[in-house]
Each structure stands twice: as structure tokens, then as C-alpha cells.
Design a protein around this ligand. Structure first.
Ligand SMILES: [Zn+2]
Length: 316
């Protein structure tokens, strides 16, 4: 009996001990495992936060450049110092990943003469007037082939003006016939201009402007432009030189003066460089004189210019 009683109490003690072990194991499992998980997760969160911060920083530089200064991506030349230069004639399709903050223009009145749809038989005459006044302009060109046209693209660049892409064909069906077609319209002209002039053109103007009514939804097209290292430029002053009833030189000047008289300090003037636009050439000297008289500095669009946008999409 005695030994039996000892046996029972030993078994009880033993059972008590294994229950304590089980309890401790349970407690350890309940405390240690979640704690370890917490620590691991905290580390993960902190490293993700760092990544987010880095992305936000680079994103804010891009957004800043795009909204206030035409974007450091606009000209390739200014941003590609840190990028590898393509050693072949092949134009690189890579988007610059690093952006430089661009000093904004000092407070002042700026006017941008922009000529769409060229080059043309009038390009030379336009360049001569610009040279005469020592001012620079921006030419949003299309894809025109032939040695005469090639010489005109070169002359625009050689004489210090800015080139912009206005799509290869300017045909609305093709330009706004889906993103793939649009991308081809932009990229093929970029390559063509690069082959002729050596300039990686990053300025862009939508045929019809970003507020055109040809396309139901311009958003994906703007998104593509923003995502692919271009900056787009509309206008806030139309010379009216593409109106169905051809304006006289005086009417072109008067049209432009409406915005001047309203005190616009960042004036982007829409004009056209096509064969039939002789009154545009005729109006140009007087227009330049009036702009200068009104205190404007006339510039070519560059990364320091504040872009005019008819339509914008929210930066992500
Ligand atoms: Zn056009």
C-alpha cells in the first residue's frame, strides 16, 4: 500500500510537471512567436517606408519639373549628362531615370513664338525674321521627307531654335487611332529628327492641342507623353493664322495683342509654318516689335519654360 501510495503521488507530481511544461511551452509559443513576428514585420515596414520615401522624392522632382518648368525631360541634352550616351546612331528609347532640378526663370514677361506643321517653303523666311531681331522660337514639326526638308530641320537647329514633335503624319486617324499608333507617330518622328539633326527632341504638341475634340478621351495620350519622357505644350494665344478665312498680317497681330493687352506674363503664341501662311511671315516683324515694346522677353521653349496645358491629368 505504501509503495502504491508513493507511486500515485509520484505519478501526480509527474503529471503536474508535464502540465507545467505544457503550459510554459504554450506561453512561450503565445509570447515568443508573435513577438518575433512583430520584430520581423517592423523591420520589413521600415525598409518599405524607406523605399516609399525614395520613390516619393524622385516622383516629386519629376512632378515638379513637369508642372512648373516644362520638365527636365524636355530636352535630353540637359538631363542626359548622367545617362549613358548611345554610341551608335540608334536613338535610345530609354527614359532618363535621373532628373535634375531646373532653376525656374526669374519673374518676368515671357513670350514664346511657336510654329506648327512645318517645315515649309516659309521656314527660311521665318528664320530670317527671327535672326533679324535676335530672338528664338519653337517649331513643332511633322515628318516631311526629302533633302530640301532635311535642310530646313537642320537650319532650325543650327540657327538656335527649338524643335518640337507634332507627330509624324499629323493625320488624326493615325495620331489618335490608339496608343500604339500614337506612340509610333511620336517615336518615329523623334528618330527621324535625331537622324537628321542629332537632337533628341522631347518637346511635344498634340495635333489640335490637348483640348482637341477629335479624340473622346485624351487622358491615355497625355499619360503616354508624361510616362515616356516628353513634355507637351499647348498655347494661350492663337494668332488665328489657321482660320478658314485667311487673316491679314494686321489681323494676326491684332489677334495676338488681345492676350498681350490682358497682361499675360507667360504667352505661348500659336502660329503655323506652312506654304500658304505668307501673312504669318508678313506679320512677324511687327508682332515681335510689339512684344518687345510690351516688355516681353522672347524665348524658345526649354526646360525652364512654364508649359501651357489645356488639359492635364493628375500626377499619380
Ligand atoms: Zn498642327
Amino acid at each position: 500500500m505504501e509503495s502504491n501510495g508513493f507511486d500515485i503521488s509520484f505519478k501526480r507530481r509527474n503529471r503536474g510537471k508535464s502540465m507545467r511544461v505544457a503550459m510554459i511551452t504554450l506561453l512561450v509559443t503565445l509570447i515568443v512567436v508573435p513577438t518575433t513576428l512583430c520584430v520581423v514585420l517592423l523591420f520589413r515596414i521600415s525598409s518599405l517606408q524607406n523605399e516609399i520615401n525614395e520613390l516619393m522624392e524622385s516622383h516629386s522632382v519629376v512632378a515638379d519639373n513637369n508642372s512648373s518648368t516644362d520638365g527636365a525631360l524636355s530636352d535630353g541634352e540637359t538631363t542626359s549628362s548622367t545617362e549613358e550616351q548611345s554610341s551608335t546612331d540608334e536613338i535610345t528609347t530609354e527614359i532618363p531615370t535621373e532628373t535634375t532640378t531646373v532653376e525656374p526663370l526669374p519673374d518676368g514677361k515671357y513670350a514664346y513664338l511657336t510654329f506648327d506643321d512645318g517645315p515649309s517653303a516659309n521656314t527660311e523666311a521665318i528664320l530670317d525674321v527671327l535672326d533679324q531681331y535676335g530672338v528664338k522660337a519653337t517649331f513643332f514639326v511633322n515628318g516631311h521627307t526629302g533633302s530640301t526638308m532635311e535642310a530646313r530641320y537642320k537650319a532650325i537647329v543650327d540657327r538656335g531654335h527649338a524643335l518640337g514633335i507634332h507627330t509624324y503624319t499629323h493625320k488624326y486617324d493615325s495620331v489618335y487611332g490608339g496608343i500604339e499608333s500614337f506612340a509610333n507617330e511620336v517615336e518615329s518622328l523623334r528618330k527621324y529628327l535625331y537622324d537628321i539633326t542629332g537632337v533628341d527632341v522631347r518637346l511635344f504638341r498634340f495635333p489640335g492641342g490637348s483640348s482637341n475634340t477629335i479624340v473622346d478621351d485624351i487622358t491615355p495620350y497625355i499619360q503616354w507623353i508624361n510616362d515616356n519622357g516628353y513634355s507637351y505644350h499647348d498655347w494661350n494665344c492663337s494668332s488665328g493664322d489657321a482660320d478658314s478665312k485667311k487673316p491679314t498680317a494686321q489681323q494676326i497681330i491684332d489677334n495676338c495683342m488681345v492676350q498681350v493687352d490682358q497682361g499675360y506674363r507667360n504667352l505661348v503664341i500659336l502660329m503655323h509654318d506652312t506654304k500658304s501662311k505668307d501673312t504669318t511671315v508678313e506679320a512677324l516683324p511687327m508682332l515681335i516689335e510689339k512684344l518687345l515694346e510690351n516688355g516681353y522677353e522672347i524665348r524658345a521653349i526649354d526646360e525652364r519654360s512654364v508649359p501651357v496645358h489645356h488639359r492635364e491629368i493628375e500626377a499619380e
